[in-house]
Design a protein around this ligand. Structure first.
Ligand code: NAD
Length: 256
């Protein structure tokens, strides 16, 4: 039996946890006392998140998997259950962008974004829910975005992020009677490799891109991955059991 299961620590899986919001969330959940399955396409980078968790006294396992592939998802969840214990917290965070104006958007841009965000969240949640139902306790947090409200150049991404909100609400309805909550976090601009890539795509330095974005945000700064990790930590906490099917926008305020 693993140390985590003998000590009774709950097990969380965070997808896309090799860097950015996912890595910060994995670290935070480890600090909150969870053993964490660090799932990412990039298992080598995932090991860096695991090393940071272990350096802070936590317990984690890096697992390489593509969330849009059913066989890889089943294998990854099985491995985490065997090595850390049955997962009862799932953070569907893995994400990609393939931005383009509608007339230039390819089928591949559309399918990739739908597959990672929507199919990925569906496959991961279907694989993990059996452990939650068995435990009669679970917490699901899906990463939506302010782009769900519409954003130029992101018909694919905004449709996927709005789709995740409907997915979340239906999970809350179906799984509530098993002690499982489902909520969505919808971040605004967060300083990560994803927004850095957007700056590169539009030909602006990341510093200038951040400064311009901060001017438009009521709290006058962009978000950091830890801002989102804090909100995820609330949703998975014991005391949040009566909060389900909600979408919380974490964007430093509404659009002026
Ligand atoms: P990021 O690009 O820094 O990290 C994403 C991680 O997901 C990477 O480690 C990547 O390897 C992993 N990943 C991608 N495809 C995968 C797949 N098929 N299977 C497994 N792992 C995969 O991104 P981030 O900025 O940290 O974003 C995290 C989440 O938050 C995403 O869902 C993103 O859409 C959402 N979000 C980000 C922002 C922002 O401003 N950065 C705003 C709103 C929402």
């Amino acid at each position: 039996m693993s140390e985590a299961s003998t000590t009774g620590a709950r097990v969380a899986i965070v997808t896309g946890a090799a860097r950015g919001i996912g890595a910060a969330t994995a670290l935070r959940l480890a600090q909150d006392g969870f053993a964490v399955g660090v799932l990412d396409l990039d298992e080598t980078a995932g090991k860096e998140t695991v090393a940071a968790i272990e350096a802070a006294g936590g317990r984690a396992l890096a697992v390489g998997a593509d969330v849009s592939d059913p066989e890889q998802v089943e294998a990854a969840v099985g491995r985490i259950a065997a090595e850390l214990g049955a997962p009862t917290v799932l953070v569907n965070n893995a994400g990609v962008t393939r931005d383009n104006l509608l007339f230039k958007m390819t089928e591949s841009d559309w399918d990739t974004v739908m597959n990672v965000h929507l199919r990925g969240a569906f496959l991961m949640t279907r694989a993990v829910q059996k452990h939650m139902i068995e435990a009669k306790w679970g917490r699901i947090v899906n990463l939506s975005s302010t782009s769900a409200l519409g954003n130029r150049g992101q018909v694919n991404y905004s449709a996927a992020k709005a789709g995740l909100q409907g997915f979340t609400k239906t999970l809350a309805i179906e799984l509530g009677k098993f002690g499982v909550t489902a909520n969505a976090v919808a971040p605004g601009f967060i300083q990560t490799e994803m927004t850095k890539a957007t700056a590169e795509r539009v030909g602006v330095s990341f510093e200038d891109f951040i400064a311009a974005a901060a001017k438009e945000i009521p709290v006058q700064r962009v978000g950091q991955p830890e801002d989102i990790a804090h909100l995820v930590s609330f949703f998975v906490s014991e005391g949040a059991g009566f909060v389900s099917g909600q979408v919380v926008y974490a964007a430093g305020g509404p659009k002026a």
